[in-house]
Structures are given as C-alpha cells and as structure tokens.
Design a protein around this ligand. Sequence first.
Ligand SMILES: Cc1cc2nc3c(=O)[nH]c(=O)nc-3n(C[C@H](O)[C@H](O)[C@H](O)COP(=O)(O)O)c2cc1C
Length: 180
Amino acid sequence: MAKKLLLEHADVPGIASYEVYRKHGGYASVEKALKTMSPDEVVEEVKKSGLRGRGGAGFPTGMKWSFLAKPEGVERHLVCNADESEPGTFKDRYLMEKIPHLLIEGMITSSYALGARRSYIYIRGEFMYVLRILEKAIAEAYANGMLGKNILGSGYDLDLVVAPGGGAYICGEETALLES
Ligand SMILES: Cc1cc2nc3c(=O)[nH]c(=O)nc-3n(C[C@H](O)[C@H](O)[C@H](O)COP(=O)(O)O)c2cc1C
C-alpha cells in the first residue's frame, strides 16, 4: 500500500493539539527552513520535491514560487485557498479539521520562502467549526513561538490570520477570492 504523506498521523488521538503534533515530528520543516536554509534554498527544495498544487490544476508548486519577483520593498502576503466549494469535495476540510497544525506549519515554511510577513487562510464561511479549530491551533502556535516575532530566534516575523468567506463557489477562484 502507498505510504500516506499528508494524513499519516490523522488518526493519532489528540493530533489537533500542538503538543501531540510536535511529538509526532510536527514543525520540523519550520525548524529546518528557518534555522538552516535561506528562502531561495527552500524554493529550490520544493522544486526538487515535485510537489504540486491541490487547487485543481496540479501546477508544480516550486515553479509557481520561482515566478515571483523578489519581495524587496513591497509587502507580500501568502493566501491559502481553503474555500473548497466544489460539491462533494472535502480533502481540505478533512485535513484542517484533523491536523490543523500541518496547514499552519506549511504556511510558515511557505511564507518564509516567499518573504511574506502577514499571511491568510481564506476559509469557506460554512466551515465555521473548522475556523474555530484553526484559530485554537494558531493561538497555540503563537504561544509556542512558531508565529509572531522572531520565530525560533531566526529573526523572521510572521502573523497568520484566518478570514472566513461568504460561501460562494466563485470565491474559490483566486482573483475573486482576494476581492472577497
Ligand atoms: C470557479 C473556480 C473555483 C475555484 N475554487 C477553488 C477552491 O475552492 N479551492 C482551491 O484550492 N482552488 C480553487 N480554484 C482554483 C484556484 O483558482 C487556484 O487556481 C488554486 O487555488 C491554485 O492553487 P494550487 O496551486 O495549490 O493548486 C477554483 C478555480 C475556479 C475557476
């Protein structure tokens, strides 16, 4: 059977908490990236990994990142599309509900690679209970120095905000999402 990557620890009791997530190797990518790698090195590593987007097109993530200009002199934000309004689709909701820290970890490492200092998780309005799970996990991440100022003593600062949308299918399309 194929090895599960994203959902490997989904059924571990208490995995939604920072403590249990950490015990299962959580936030290792943040430690590795922020303490030992430059943002460009993280982009290269993601390119090499062959990781692809989950938004429908399966676009290579590292290649998408390398199209961006350097963030110098501009404020940059990373926005996670968690609208997921395709009928019958629940891959993102399942992941956020079960292992919210996995998404937060990915947001921190990705934001570091891209030079974002304030990032957003845009979540479908109907997922109010998932929003609460995420907010609790984000508060834990702040309390443990994974978000906020000078993360893990690296000098990198990041704020992460959850923004609920109105719940319209079109708001999952990226330009409509940002407008919304
Ligand atoms: C009408 C419409 C609705 C979309 N809805 C979603 C959505 O709910 N979630 C999502 O991740 N991508 C959605 N997409 C694709 C996004 O616009 C975008 O391409 C995607 O989030 C890119 O992310 P990725 O690189 O991770 O695949 C939608 C696209 C269209 C045209």
